[in-house]
Design a protein around this ligand. Structure first.
Ligand code: IMP
Length: 455
């Protein structure tokens, strides 16, 4: 029995549906070796993420959204928080509590002693900067930018070890002093602010203290003990602080290979799976070269309910951008791809971007400055498939449509070969172009609504 060693990373601007595959990997792990522990560990990002899961229960599907906690919470797996995450203890604990009616988290949480704490002042600074004059990024206002600045500045980083120690109040006072100029300018530093922050965190610190770990050592124990390890990305490759669309990006390193040094794990036998929504979406500012500013874009947003899990903002949808995916596959050193949401588009011609016109010349290289793209270049062949009979409303996964359910079941039973030929050809052409094989295609939001391909 080979334990599961898998990492899931978004290949575009996040919201690709990583959580669903983490959840399915956990289920596979359970079937494979139920006696072994299963851990889902995060290596970057924080409450800016939003993973939506649809979990089957006796009462039907339940929608469960996590921001700070890895999706493993919904599956009774162990949960790991790596040192490069932005750890928001308030949000994390409230998710644990919200889930505890369904799942038992006691004895299953491992928080790196090194991870930095995201505080109220990070959120407020983020919102203040975003609402100021001049250029904004369209952040989630979760405090991510100010948090990672403090991490990099070092003396303003409050680690989880500091947070749960008795020195916390003194340390926080020093940090607020060091940051006092900007905090005062933003109107955040008021009399008794320090005391207020401490009062909010005192009960949380007491509850979370027992979860402090030297995570890099614990991860090795999972590895050497033959336990299942699933690494979960937040956000996506195009939002990476170096490889993303600077400056409209997040502040952490999103590609999966960063997970290994960060968690103290060897890449070894880990498989990295890139998750790709068949049509890309983007929230926040920043250009989108293949934006579908037309009826097809509207259809996608409506059919697929494309609104941010974190902010509720409408996501812009675009045509598949294989050139960008090819780059993301290389950056992540992917072993396979999971394509999602092919069920949300049908009966329309899907065109595919394989390059860009820049200075009158065609290239398949993605430029740093997307405004240099005069126009995307689409390959001649388009694809049109039909998975369902008749028009169907897919916007609310909690409403079960019997026809859809049965048709999904037929595809799951029939496998990849039972897909309409145009969809199969789309996947095969995609794989040949991006240089990596699609391992599975998701045809619905719920656990198991995935068609796997022979490896
Ligand atoms: P921040 O990470 O909140 O600073 O936001 C920076 C950019 O990343 C903005 O464009 C956000 O919309 C985007 N972003 C951050 N997290 C996510 C996510 O989980 N999904 C999609 N976009 C995100």
């Amino acid at each position: 029995m080979n334990p599961i060693r898998e990492a899931y990373v978004g290949l575009s601007w996040g919201d690709e549906g990583k959580g669903k595959f983490v959840d399915e990997a956990l289920e596979r792990a359970q079937l494979l070796a139920p006696e072994k522990r299963r851990i889902v560990v995060r290596y970057q990002g924080g409450p800016n993420a939003g993973h939506t899961l649809y979990i089957s229960s006796a009462a039907g599907l339940i929608k469960f959204v996590t921001h700070s906690s890895p999706t493993g919470l919904a599956c009774n797996a162990d949960l790991g928080i790596g040192p490069n995450c932005a750890f928001d203890p308030e949000s994390f604990l409230s998710e644990l509590k919200q889930g505890q009616e369904l799942f038992d988290y006691q004895g299953r949480v491992l928080i790196s002693e090194r991870v930095g704490i995201l505080f109220d002042y990070h959120r407020k600074l983020d919102a203040w900067r975003e609402s100021g004059e001049g250029r904004s990024i369209g952040t989630t206002k979760s405090g991510i930018g100010p948090f990672y600045e403090d991490n990099a500045r070092r003396l303003t980083r409050v680690t989880f070890a500091d947070y749960v120690s008795d020195n916390f109040p003194d340390l926080l006072r020093e940090v607020l002093n060091a940051k006092s100029m900007e905090l005062s300018a933003a109107g955040i530093l008021k009399p008794r602010y320090l005391e207020e922050v401490i009062a909010v965190h005192d009960p949380i610190r007491r509850e979370l203290k027992e979860f402090k770990e030297r995570l890099e050592y614990r991860m090795l124990e999972y590895l050497e003990g033959g336990h299942h390890i699933i690494i979960e990305g937040a956000q996506g490759t195009e939002l990476d602080v170096d490889m993303g669309t600077i400056p409209d990006q997040t502040s952490s390193h999103t590609p999966a290979p960063h997970a290994f040094p960060s968690l103290g794990l060897p890449r070894g036998e880990f498989k990295i799976y890139g998750v790709e929504k068949v049509y890309p979406t983007r929230v926040g500012n920043g250009l989108m070269p293949t934006l579908a500013d037309d009826a097809i874009g509207d259809m996608i947003t409506k059919n697929a309910g494309e609104f941010g899990a974190k902010t509720g903002r409408k996501r812009r949808a675009g045509y598949p951008n294989w050139a960008a995916i090819k780059r993301a596959v290389r950056i992540n050193d992917c072993d396979g791809i999971y394509i999602t949401r092919v069920d949300c588009i049908q009966d329309v011609d899907i065109k595919v971007c394989t390059g860009f016109q820049i200075d009158g010349k065609v290239t398949d290289e993605v430029p740093l400055d997307l405004s240099q793209i005069e126009k995307p270049v689409y390959q001649e062949r388009t694809y049109q498939w039909k998975l369902w009979d008749g028009p169907r409303d897919l916007s609310n996964p909690l409403v079960v449509d019997q026809v859809l359910k049965e048709q999904r079941e037929r595809y799951i039973q029939g496998g990849f070969d039972s897909f309409p030929p145009a969809l199969r050809e789309y996947v095969m052409d995609h794989d040949a172009y991006v240089g990596c094989k699609t391992a599975a295609v998701s045809i619905g939001p719920a656990r198991g609504e995935t068609v796997r391909r022979e490896q």
